[in-house]
Design a protein around this ligand. Structure first.
Ligand SMILES: [Zn+2]
Length: 254
């Protein structure tokens, strides 16, 4: 079937999916108009999910976001990572409602439990109005960060996955993490002045920081954390231990 919606002289699309929702992103404050996901979009996502490339599912999600957002001039790569999660959940709610069931494996005993949650009950934090995004590592070194964007995450994944010398899966995840922060560096201030580093310089700097310096960066990002809380605490029905349950995003649309 072609893209043309006019069959027998009728524009079917206006009758099939008439619903639209307005979403206000907790980070950028941007107002975005979305429509529910279609079966066609779901089929596209399945193709990405079968891929061995861990960045493929994210690209599939980007495509789904782009095709669900009606607002003009919308660029999914510009989304803050937290806003992107929020938007994905809103698209999911618009498409399938707010009830979500998934299976969780207990971190203590490994026992499985079925989790039923209402996505409307998750906590949402707004981005603080005023943030100081300069982290003082020591008296000679300050780093100015941008908030983490989907673009930074995408670039980091592309960079690390293209490097065939990194074979270990755990190392890949850690390296992607370092590159995400490296891509988000806007400026470095040293006694010689302000420097806008290349990605290699930014990575070198982060990779060679001591633990204290790295902690300062983690604390900065924790202090400005915003968006939807994707985890909650619950008692395991098997071992009765309290566990932190992470809500999985990947199965959300099926
Ligand atoms: Zn357990």
């Amino acid at each position: 079937m072609t893209e043309k919606q006019e069959m027998q002289g009728i524009d079917w699309k206006q009758y099939i999916n008439p619903y639209q929702n307005t979403v206000i992103l907790p980070g950028s404050g941007e107002s975005i108009i979305i429509k529910p996901v279609t079966t066609k979009q779901m089929k596209r996502l399945l193709i990405y999910e079968d891929s061995n490339d861990p960045s493929a599912l994210e690209i599939g999600m980007d495509e789904m976001i782009s095709t669900s957002v009606i607002s003009e001039d919308f660029k999914p790569m510009n989304l803050y990572i937290q806003d992107r999660f929020y938007l994905l959940l809103e698209i999911r709610k618009a498409s399938k409602g707010s009830e979500y069931s998934f299976t969780n494996n207990c971190e203590h005993c490994g026992g499985q439990s079925k989790q039923n949650i209402d996505l409307n009950t998750l906590n949402v934090k707004k981005l603080p109005e005023k943030i100081d995004n300069v982290v003082e590592i020591n008296e000679n070194l300050c780093i100015e960060f941008d908030l983490l964007k989907r673009e930074h995450q995408h670039n980091a994944m592309v960079k690390v996955l293209a490097d065939k010398t990194i074979e270990n899966e755990n190392l890949k995840v850690v390296e992607i993490g370092t590159f995400v922060y490296a891509y988000s560096i806007k400026k470095i201030t040293v006694p010689q002045g302000d420097i806008i580093p290349s990605i290699e310089e930014a990575y070198y700097l982060l990779d060679n920081l001591n633990i204290e310096g790295t902690d300062k960066i983690s604390k900065f990002f924790e202090s400005i954390d915003f968006g939807i809380e994707m985890s909650y605490e619950k008692e395991c029905p098997h071992c009765k231990e309290k566990e932190k349950i992470e809500i999985p995003l990947d199965k959300m649309f099926y």
